[in-house]
Design a protein around this ligand. Structure first.
Ligand code: NAD
Ligand code: ZN
Length: 229
């Protein structure tokens, strides 16, 4: 049986990384939709970098939780019949050991130079001089993530659609199901005959197509899922 899993910010909540809806503190008065955009970056790259460095510093302290680890076990069990697609940029799935993984929205530890086009990993979490500059040419660099209004990496998206068409079981974990095109995947899977399972403490648009709904946090929800399979 082909199993496709889609994760969102909710799976990292138990690792102490706030979801967008629950973002706290200093950044409470900013909406992600106002910071995670090409327009915001053009207008004030230093402010956008400051926000990303704050998010990085939260993520740097976080460890994968039981939910991430259980998905690694499922991957081992299903082998080639398993794919994990994440909207998260925190890198916790890799850290947990997931290999059959597609990062649909990029990775917060990657950067891209707008001048020389270099792409590399950068682990800065604190800097006096913002915005960050390219280590090769000194040009302006941007976070290697997909912003609102931008298209997704083509190969990753193709793979996501292919698996949504072909999978027999689609499991959505901790996503609000409002960010497209990821939010479309459970609907595509359902139309192509897959069973859909949702793990989320709250109702989402995905609930309407779910055959089974597990209204629990990710870690205990995935435990329940594992028992069912
Ligand atoms: P979202 O913030 O819109 O929704 C989070 C969802 O998780 C909600 O439906 C909520 O009910 C659910 N949730 C909260 N706690 C949970 C728990 N313990 N277990 C299971 N579910 C729980 O996030 P999204 O749907 O991923 O989409 C928005 C965008 O936010 C994505 O593009 C993503 O890249 C970005 N984002 C990523 C991170 C991260 O990398 N950790 C964090 C915040 C936002
Ligand atoms: Zn450069």
């Amino acid at each position: 049986m082909k199993l496709l899993v889609l994760t969102g910010a909710g799976i990292s909540a138990e690792s102490g990384i706030p979801t967008f809806r629950g973002a706290q503190g200093l950044w409470k008065s900013f909406k992600p939709e106002e910071l995670a955009t090409p327009e915001a970056f053009r207008k004030n790259p230093a402010l956008v970098w400051e926000w990303y460095l704050w998010r990085r510093s939260v993520i740097a302290k976080a460890q994968p939780n039981e939910g991430h680890l259980k998905l690694v076990e499922l991957e081992k069990r299903f082998g080639d019949n398993f794919l994990l697609i994440t909207q998260n940029v925190d890198g916790l799935h890799q850290k947990a050991g997931s290999k059959r993984l597609v990062e649909l929205h990029g990775n917060i530890w990657k950067v891209r130079c707008l001048h020389c086009r270099a792409e590399y990993y950068d682990y800065t979490t604190e800097a006096k001089d913002l915005p960050l500059r390219c280590m090769y040419c000194g040009g302006l660099i941007r976070p290697g993530v997909v912003w609102f209004g931008e298209s997704l990496p083509e190969k990753a998206l193709e793979l996501a659609y292919k698996w949504a068409y072909e999978c027999e079981l689609f499991v959505s974990i901790g996503t609000s199901g409002v960010v497209y095109p990821a939010a479309e995947l459970p609907f595509i899977a359902k139309r192509h005959g897959a069973k859909v399972i949702e793990i989320n403490p709250e109702e989402t648009p995905i609930s309407s197509v779910a055959d089974v709904i597990i209204r629990e946090p990710a870690s205990s929800g995935i435990n329940r899922l594992t028992e069912m399979l």
